[in-house]
Write a protein that binds this ligand. Structure first.
Ligand code: OAD
Length: 254
C-alpha cells in the first residue's frame, strides 16, 4: 500500500489539509469512529498504555462473571467511572464532530466505543454507542433500562427488587445486534471514514475499520500514536484530537 499522507501539525502541509478536506466534502458518505482518545482531553483516562486497565484488571470489574462474583466491587468501579464521566465536559474534538454532522448533506454516522456520553453533550444527534452508556442502568430481573445521572447506591436495585447493572457491554458479552448492524452498514457504504482516538484492538469495533477499507473508504486516522489501524490509513493526523479534528472540520465547513 502507498505511504499515507502524514500530518503532524495544523500550520504546515496546507495542500494536504485541503486535499483531505475536499475528500470529505465530496464524499457520498461519512462515517466517524471514536475511541477513548477523543475524551482524553476531557480528563477521562483511556484504557491501555497507562490507562484504566493498568490500574484495574478488567476480569475483576468488567465481565458478567465479575458481577456474579462481586457486584459491589463492580459497582464501585462503575460508580467511580459514572462520577468521572458526569463531571467531564466535552472538548473541541467532540464539538467539531457535532459540527461536521450538522454540516453534512450526505449520510453521516457517528459510531463510538465510548460510554461517557460526551458526544451527546457536545450536540451530536445520531450516535451509535457500541459499548453502552455509563448513564444508563439495566435491571438484571425485568431488563428495564433507565437513564439516570443521580448518585447510585453501592448496590442499586430496581423497583422490581432485582439488582441493577450498568448498561455497558462487558468483556465476553455480545454487542446489541441492531447497533452493530447499523455500524457495519455505515462502514460498508465506503466514502470517508474518520477514526479518532482508538487503539483499534477491540473487536468487533476495530473490524469496522477493515470493512470500510475493503469497501473503498478513504481512511483518515487522528491519533498521537501509531495504532493497529495506521497501516490501513490513507491519511494520518499525528496529534491530539482536540487540535486536529477542529482544524480539519474548519477546513471542511469553510
Ligand atoms: P484505548 O485505551 O485502547 O486507546 C486509546 C487511544 O487513544 C490510543 O490509541 C491513544 O494513542 C489515543 N489517544 C490518547 N490521547 C489522545 C488524544 N488526545 N487524541 C487522540 N487520541 C488519543 O481505547 P479504545 O480504543 O477506545 O471497551 O478502547 C476500545 C475499548 O476497549 C473500549 O471501548 C473499552 C476498552 O476495553 C469496553 O469496555 C467494552
Amino acid at each position: 500500500m502507498a505511504t499515507p499522507i502524514l500530518i503532524e501539525d495544523v500550520e504546515s502541509h496546507a495542500s494536504d489539509w485541503s486535499a483531505i478536506a475536499d475528500r470529505i466534502r465530496g464524499s457520498k458518505n461519512v462515517t466517524v469512529l471514536t475511541g477513548a482518545g477523543v475524551s482524553a482531553e476531557s480528563g477521562l483516562p483511556t484504557f491501555r498504555a497507562c490507562g484504566l486497565w493498568e490500574e484495574y484488571r478488567f476480569e475483576d470489574v468488567a465481565t458478567p462473571e465479575a458481577f456474579a462474583r462481586d457486584p459491589e466491587l463492580v459497582w464501585r468501579f462503575y460508580n467511580y467511572r459514572r462520577a468521572m464521566a458526569m463531571s467531564a465536559q466535552p472538548n473541541d474534538a467532540h464539538r467539531a464532530i457535532a459540527k461536521l454532522e450538522s454540516s453534512m448533506t450526505v449520510p453521516f454516522t457517528l459510531i463510538t466505543q465510548n460510554v461517557d456520553g460526551l458526544h451527546h453533550a457536545a450536540g451530536s444527534r445520531e450516535i451509535l454507542e457500541l459499548h453502552g452508556n455509563l448513564r444508563r442502568v439495566r435491571c438484571t430481573g425485568c431488563k428495564k433500562t433507565e437513564t439516570t445521572e443521580e448518585k447510585l447506591s453501592e448496590l442499586p436495585r430496581c423497583e422490581c427488587g432485582a439488582l441493577l447493572r450498568p448498561d455497558i457491554v462487558w468483556f465476553g458479552e455480545a454487542l446489541t445486534a441492531a447497533t452493530l448492524l447499523k455500524a457495519q452498514a455505515a462502514a460498508a457504504r465506503g466514502g470517508v471514514m474518520l477514526v479518532v482516538g482508538t487503539s483499534a484492538v477491540v473487536h468487533p469495533a476495530a473490524g469496522l475499520i477493515e470493512i470500510g477499507r475493503v469497501r473503498g473508504a478513504f481512511l483518515i486516522e487522528v491519533n498521537p500514536a501509531e495504532t493497529e489501524a495506521t497501516h490501513l490509513a490513507h491519511a494520518v493526523f499525528r496529534g491530539p484530537a482536540s487540535r486536529m479534528v477542529p482544524a480539519l472540520v474548519e477546513r471542511v465547513t469553510a
